[in-house]
Design a protein around this ligand. Structure first.
Ligand code: LLP
Length: 422
């Protein structure tokens, strides 16, 4: 669940005490472990190798989970491809040294400029989500005199059984193309002169702990792939999306990558198509934590509040999904100045939804540091400047070294793009 370990001087990430990170870079601060990121990527490699698929698979990291350049660069060095959803993410991947020919471009609405930029960069594949997008892409490719490599993202109508906001594979979702309509659309795509039909894509949701829905989706996808091949439209690759869940609660273990992927990969073993995966959360989620300091302890009649210097603008998941993140004291000693020990961990933002944890049993003192775990995915990536709060610093720990990989924003930068009326 966590890249942190206990030591006499408090929690460490690799060889660095979190108190030293706070002393040097301040709080709130995201802290990542290079070793944990590397291990998470290796787990995918190993799971694929175990099924004999190392040579015919590509792990495309879903950039949206955490798009810091240092993290993208690390994955690029490890040989990853990338799953992007915007022109902005394309620019980031290229700036971080990612290879264009290992990029897949997902998303239900891609602007013309984004299509053009990706065509010019020469990406591996566009995951097309509508009939209109096929036509837009054919037109943009014609203007550039190229052929656009495409997959159709099909919606297999399976219930991923996850939070409704992050479930994408049901018929009622805005995502993908109804799998029953996809065959006809493939025929149309194959007839368009500036498209090259390359593959098929499917992503049913996120934070999935049970592989059964993903396996069910793969079964449906394979039926279509075989039907297409029989109709003279052979596909080169099958993209099974991302979605593998991680452990957020100490008492609720998540499956290992190998176990989660086993039923999915078993269905793909022995086939000729190349396999693409788009994991996001499972590569970065448990490689990062959010370090924050208790500013104020406030005991009320019904509840006790620990107001910390991180807030919903830094980590939106609790406010948005009622998500649970483990919270632990960084300090080792019992520095309590208060006897109460059940706390609402809240930020300073002016919203009742601004909480990071409910009813947490902790012995707290003002000024002490807390670590909010499993914050490497969809943490900083979803942070905002609400309440004109500068976004947190980001630090990567590598053994005994800490690297500042994004400095804390400055308040003046937050309104530098605004102008007064004449
Ligand atoms: N591929 C596609 C097309 C996606 O839409 C997503 C995530 C992924 C891959 C990566 O999925 P992952 O492996 O990370 O589950 N903000 C939410 C999660 C939103 C996920 C959106 N799509 C959260 O904090 O839980």
């Amino acid at each position: 669940m966590t890249p942190a370990t206990s030591h006499p001087d408090g929690l460490h990430v690799e060889g660095i005490a979190l108190s030293a990170v706070a002393a040097r870079f301040g709080t709130p601060c995201y802290v990542y472990s290079r070793a944990a990121l590397t291990a998470a990527f290796a787990a995918y490699r190993d799971a694929l190798a175990a099924q004999g698929m190392a040579g015919r698979s590509l792990v495309c990291y879903a950039v949206k989970a955490n798009s810091n350049l240092a993290i993208l660069n690390l994955f690029a060095r490890l040989g990853a491809g990338f799953d992007i959803v915007s022109g902005g993410e394309l620019a980031r991947v290229l700036a971080a040294g990612g290879r264009a020919d290992k990029i897949v471009f997902s998303g239900v609405g891609k602007a013309r400029e984004e299509l053009r930029a990706a065509l010019q960069a020469g990406i591996h594949c566009f995951n097309v989500e509508s009939a209109s997008e096929l036509l837009h892409l054919n037109e943009e490719a014609r203007k550039l005199d190229v052929r656009a490599p495409i997959s159709l993202r099909v919606n297999p109508d399976v219930d991923a059984k996850t939070h409704p906001y992050i479930s994408t594979g049901l018929k009622s979702a805005k995502f993908g193309i109804d799998i029953n309509a996809a065959f006809d659309l493939y025929r149309q795509a194959a007839a368009l002169p500036h498209l090259a039909v390359k593959g098929i894509d499917c992503h049913i949701g996120s934070q999935l702990l049970d592989p059964a829905p993903a396996a069910e989706a793969v079964d449906k996808v394979l039926q279509l792939v075989d039907r297409l091949a029989a109709a003279g439209i052979p596909l080169e690759h099958i993209d099974i999306g991302g979605g593998m869940g991680i452990q957020y609660r100490a008492d609720e273990p998540a499956p290992a990558v190998t176990d989660y992927l086993a039923p999915v990969l078993a269905r793909l073993a022995g086939r000729r198509e190349r396999i693409i995966l788009e994991p996001g959360r499972s590569l970065v989620g448990n490689a990062g934590l959010l370090l924050t300091r208790v500013m104020v302890l406030k005991s009320g009649e019904e509840k006790n509040f620990a107001v910390v210097d991180a807030a919903m603008n830094d980590l939106m998941r609790p406010a948005l999904y009622d998500a649970y993140h483990e919270i632990k004291k960084v300090g080792a000693g019992d520095t309590a100045t208060q006897s109460v020990n059940r706390w609402e961990i809240v930020g300073p933002v002016c919203e009742s939804g601004d909480f990071l944890g409910h009813d947490r049993e902790l012995v707290l003192a003002e000024g002490e540091l807390l670590a909010i775990f499993s914050a490497g995915a969809y943490g900083m990536a979803m942070a905002s400047n609400y309440n004109t709060r500068p976004r947190a610093a980001e630090v990567m720990v590598d053994g005994d070294t800490m690297h500042l990989i994004r400095r804390r924003e400055d308040v003046t930068e937050l309104f530098a793009l605004e102008s007064l009326l004449p």
